[in-house]
Write a protein that binds this ligand. Structure first.
Ligand code: ARG
Length: 466
């Protein structure tokens, strides 16, 4: 039996009927639908609408549906309009007309949004767990890299050497911010719409606090009109995913570049690369390219959601059904990416020799050289100018700053002495960046310890929600 056929004189156009259904994709909400229905059934019992015995039958029936369909295989059902209809239909098949009583006082409008909140909350917990593993892999590689240096770029031109660990920790910062954003989003997701009814609130005096508590929500939502039509939490979640994807994509782009023959800072792990069907020598960075490519999907989902929501009057409109697929697609995309990237990071081979060579050429010690003069009392603008002239001389002579003679240097400024050559060495150049957040090895060691602590805290939080 349909959930709404009473007032209709004519059957639906079969093509339309098929087309407007959502069961193909909302069936993944089944476990949440069952949990939410159980909470509603308990509230009905408290409101005196179902008896204790009836409640037991309903709960047993719901449990059975959960067991029968918990295999994860796609469910084929020629009748079910959506996950709500599917559960009602099966409940009636199991316990008879009592199954229809479950719908007393509630509306699918509150049900779908409850299921979606439960789904997003679980997805957040899962993703934060995955992010902690990803960060852990980055931090381990940073620890292994010790004091290995790599060129730091601005404008993609060599700028100053940095520790490889510092570069890796830059990404850890982004991912930890993403994990924080997910936690922040979770706070707003974690409110229970049950009892909001269709638009005006349930038609029975149901105990909303009880239902919220039952489903581990922090509180009932405040306003029934908002609760049934609000999908901010989906958009907010996908916003966070799109920002995370964007971070992953920047990392992928940079890693592709660094893996190229021209840079050669790292070797792609074979387990995560593919060959060319034509050119026998090729090893291609497909994982990284797909990470970059799939970011487009996630940003697309974010855009789809914004556009779907922007013109909707309050409260529920069927357009809202269209928010589900972008949500699932964005979440699935990130779910599959994160463990792959973690695997890639464990396997990637850094070429420390090549990086360090690159970090010691191309005048990346020029700012340190100017700082040498500044520390000797030379005004920074003049020091900049004088080292600029030294670089110009090097370009003519095809050498590096450390190859200039003291006489050549003193012609630019008499403040130069022997100690200048020490300050040009990679070790000294790294060491002078001795500020919080800088690349001096001691500072990076502190940053590593701080990142470790944050990852531990994240793991504990994830564990607490499990
Ligand atoms: N399948 C619908 C959705 O995803 C469920 C809610 C239907 N409500 C309604 N009034 N037709 O939005």
């Amino acid at each position: 039996m349909k959930m709404w056929s009473g007032r209709f004189r004519h059957p639906l156009d079969p093509q339309f009927e098929r087309w407007q259904r959502s069961f193909d994709f909302d069936q993944r909400l089944l476990r949440y639908e069952i949990a939410a229905s159980a909470a509603h059934a308990r509230a009905l019992k408290n409101a005196g609408i179902v008896s204790s015995d009836e409640l037991i039958s309903i709960l047993e029936g719901l449990q059975k549906i959960g067991q029968e369909t918990g295999s994860g295989k796609p469910i084929e059902d020629d009748e079910a309009e959506d996950v709500h209809h599917y559960v009602e239909k099966h409940l009636v098949a199991l316990i008879g007309d009592l199954g229809y009583k479950l719908h007393s006082g509630r509306s699918r409008n509150e049900q779908i949004v409850t299921d979606l909140r439960l789904y997003v909350r679980a997805a957040i917990d899962e993703l934060r767990g995955q992010l902690s593993e990803l960060c852990d892999a980055f931090v381990r590689r940073a620890e292994q890299a010790d004091i290995a240096a790599v060129p730091g770029y601005t404008h993609l031109q060599p700028a100053e050497p940095v520790l490889l660990a510092h570069w890796l920790l830059a990404y850890v910062e982004m991912f930890l911010r993403d994990a924080d954003r997910l936690a922040d989003c979770r706070e707003r997701v974690n409110a229970c719409p049950l009892g909001s009814g269709s638009v005006a609130g349930a038609t029975l005096t149901l105990d909303r606090a009880l239902m919220a508590n039952e489903l581990d929500f922090s509180a009932p939502t405040n306003n029934s009109i908002d609760a049934t039509s609000d999908r901010d939490f989906i958009l907010e979640f996908v916003n966070v995913l799109s920002l995370l994807a964007l971070h992953l994509s920047r990392w992928a782009e940079e890693t592709i570049l660094f893996s190229s023959q021209e840079f050669g800072y790292l070797h792609l792990p074979e387990a995560y690369s593919t060959g060319s069907s034509a050119m026998p020598q090729k090893k291609n960075p497909d994982l990284l390219e797909l990470v970059r490519g799939k970011t487009g999907r996630v940003i697309g989902a974010e855009t789809t959601l914004s556009v779907t929501l922007k013109g909707l009057p309050l409260a529920y409109n069927k357009d809202l059904q269209e928010t589900q697929q972008p949500l699932f697609d964005a979440a699935d995309t990130i779910f599959t990416l994160l463990p792959l990237i973690t695997g890639f990071m464990k396997a990637v081979e850094f070429d420390y020799g090549r990086m360090s060579e690159a970090a010691q050429s191309g005048f990346m010690n020029a700012w340190a050289a100017a700082t040498y003069l500044v520390k000797r009392g030379v005004a920074s603008r003049l020091a900049h100018e004088q080292i600029g002239k030294a670089v110009k001389l090097c370009l003519e002579k095809e050498c590096e700053l450390q190859d200039l003679t003291l006489d050549e240097l003193r012609a630019l400024n008499p403040a130069f002495d022997e100690s200048f050559y020490e300050c040009l060495k990679l070790k000294s150049v790294l060491a002078i960046h001795d500020v919080i957040g800088g690349t001096a090895p001691d500072r990076v060691r502190q940053a590593l310890a701080a990142a470790r602590n944050k990852i531990e805290a994240l793991r504990e939080e994830v564990h607490a929600h499990a």
